[in-house]
Design a protein around this ligand. Structure first.
Ligand SMILES: [Zn+2]
Length: 361
């Protein structure tokens, strides 16, 4: 199978082909939550079929088709029906967002310190497997973090490992760290620690400097906007908003549009090798939950709040189709959904676009 010309016909046995067909024939709502990159979804479904079997591939292909619109307690929300796959754009994003939620809880529970965004890269080795690239990065990270912690100014942090495909071939593992420190981090020292650690794990020659950028200065407890997951609204607190976006970027999961160039055998190598690898880690004080985090009310998208009686209004795709056909209630539902989604993220933009299309406005 070539990575340039993907065709369903070349997808082998009937069950396997069915999974791939479903993965590439994305519904309107699936386009909103996964993006419209059909090729990557089809090839991923095939790889998942080969490594994890037909059930996992089918779940992956159908992720989002069962999402329902719920109304009740004065709010309209989407109840996601997730596939849970780490290779799924939506589900890997949700996984990351659960860590981001914890980070936000810490930053909104008390005065916060300096928050910085740090990117820790390593050189790409073409022949290295996905797993080897991540393991090597991890060895470097452990050495680096030991040095940083020894300096004693770290309060907490959230680390996410991203692995992208290099345009020269090979997996590029790198880490995004959002750190909270008491004083401003000593960029020169951190850069030295990272360079030294990289040399120990095999990167030589001239190494590019560490990317380290301040996201915000110390300040009072932050007030984030409402909602979570894909449906959320920016709040009044400028600093919290300025932090929300890099935080979401840091924890972002699989991006289908970045998988174009990955050859089929390397995609298979990823799906086969990713098991058990932790892509997100909370650090320092951010490891533990904040006491006030879980007794909040009303904003949970998981529908745990027992007092709210909700009514199921149909699958999102269903409501979109009904709105398209001019049904008033469906139009109203989509408008309500759009109103819960006031932000500048890519999912929000796709949601707004499909709502406009469905209600013809
Ligand atoms: Zn999924």
């Amino acid at each position: 199978m070539s990575n340039a010309a993907f065709s369903v016909e070349s997808m082998g046995d009937t069950a396997r082909r069915r999974c791939v067909e479903l993965a590439v024939s994305v519904s309107g709502w699936q386009k909103v939550i996964h993006g419209s990159e059909r090729d990557a979804r089809g090839r991923l479904a095939a790889a998942i079929y080969d490594v994890q079997g037909g059930d996992a591939a089918m779940r992956f292909s159908l992720c989002g088709r069962g999402d329902k619109i719920m109304r009740g307690g004065g709010q309209t929300r989407v109840k996601p029906c997730k596939c849970g796959s780490r290779f799924c754009a939506r589900c890997s994003r949700y996984k990351g967002l659960s860590h981001a939620k914890r980070a936000k809880a810490h930053l909104s529970a008390r005065e916060h310190g300096h928050v910085s965004h740090v990117v820790l890269t390593q050189r790409v080795r073409k022949a290295e497997t996905w797993r080897e690239a991540v393991k090597r990065w991890d060895r470097t990270w452990r050495q680096f973090w030991r040095q940083v912690k020894r300096r004693g100014d770290v309060v907490g942090g959230l680390l996410t490992i991203h692995v992208t495909w290099s345009r020269f071939g090979g997996w590029h593992a790198h880490g995004h760290l959002l750190s909270e420190t008491n004083g401003a981090p000593d960029g020169r020292a951190w850069d030295e620690f990272w360079t030294l650690a990289r040399r120990r794990t095999g990167d030589d020659g001239e190494l590019e400097p560490l990317f380290i950028r301040q996201v915000c200065e110390p300040g009072p407890a932050l007030v984030f906007g409402k909602g979570e997951g894909d449906l959320w609204t920016e709040g009044q607190d400028q600093v919290a908003n300025a932090l929300e976006y890099p935080l979401r970027d840091v924890v972002s999961g699989v991006r289908n549009e970045q998988l174009h160039e990955v050859p089929a055998d390397r995609l298979l190598e990823w799906v086969g090798g990713a098991k058990g690898v932790q892509m997100h880690r909370r650090l320092g004080a951010w490891v533990k939950p904040v006491a006030v985090e879980d007794d909040g009310e009303g904003t949970s998208t998981d529908g745990e709040a027992a007092v709210v009686v909700e009514r199921e209004m149909g699958t999102v795709d269903d409501v979109i189709a009904r709105a398209r056909a001019g049904q008033r209630e469906a139009v109203l539902l989509l408008r309500e959904l759009e109103a819960c989604c006031r932000n500048d993220g890519v999912v929000a933009k796709r949601l707004v676009a499909i709502v406009r299309w469905a209600i013809g406005g």
